[in-house]
Ligand binder design. Structure first.
Ligand code: MN3
Length: 198
């Protein structure tokens, strides 16, 4: 079964004024769609390689699946990490874990902001839970697909590719990151943490 682009969980204009409608339309309909298409194409080629027994391109195909597959998954997490009337601070068990691993919510927010701002070129700011080490980590992730410590589960993801903010914020990535905190859907992040801990 081919992968499909899921609809946004809110209207394209719902995150205004923090994230503008035009950016959301292009980002979801063009960029995210391209990762879904790229993943399907690479999986078809890999199936053809299995059928023919010619695995000459397996390295390139697996890299394409890692890139497009991660692009698809990351955007699915990112859209749901945001909501109109979002913002504020984390609650529940996540709030407790953030205090344990970062000191307090403000220190976590500063570290996540710095990690997101520090990404060279395209990438993501990530808060991830590592069930093996029992700890939350932040990460400035390059492209779509390096997730730091093996086995980490992404909880909160901020797209810092220029396509995510350039129309409204131009080169001012720090302003976009600041605006992001107003639309974070903490209920969604808390639910992801609760599931990842189970
Ligand atoms: Mn993107």
């Amino acid at each position: 079964m081919p992968h499909e682009l899921p609809p946004l969980p809110y209207d394209f204009a719902a995150l205004e004024p923090h994230i503008d409608e035009k950016t959301m339309r292009l980002h979801h309909g063009k960029h995210h769609q391209a990762y879904v298409t790229g993943l399907n194409t690479a999986e078809e080629k890999l199936a053809a390689a299995r059928a023919s027994g010619d695995f000459g391109a397996i390295g390139a195909l697996e890299r394409a699946i890692a890139f497009h597959g991660s692009g698809h998954v990351n955007h699915c997490v990112f859209w749901n990490n945001m909501a109109p009337k979002g913002g504020g601070e984390a609650g529940g068990a996540l709030a407790e874990q953030l205090r344990k691993d970062f000191g307090d919510f403000g220190k976590f927010r500063d570290q996540f902001t710095a990690a997101s701002a520090s990404v060279e070129g395209n990438g993501w700011g990530v808060l991830a839970w590592n069930p093996f080490l029992g700890k939350l980590y932040t990460l400035g992730m390059m492209n779509h697909q390096n997730l730091g410590v093996t086995g980490s589960v992404p909880l909160l993801m901020l797209d810092v590719w220029e396509h995510a903010y350039y129309l409204k914020y131009q080169n001012a990535r720090p302003d976009y990151i600041k605006a992001f905190w107003n639309v974070v859907n903490w209920k969604d992040v808390e639910t992801r943490f609760d599931k990842a801990k189970r």
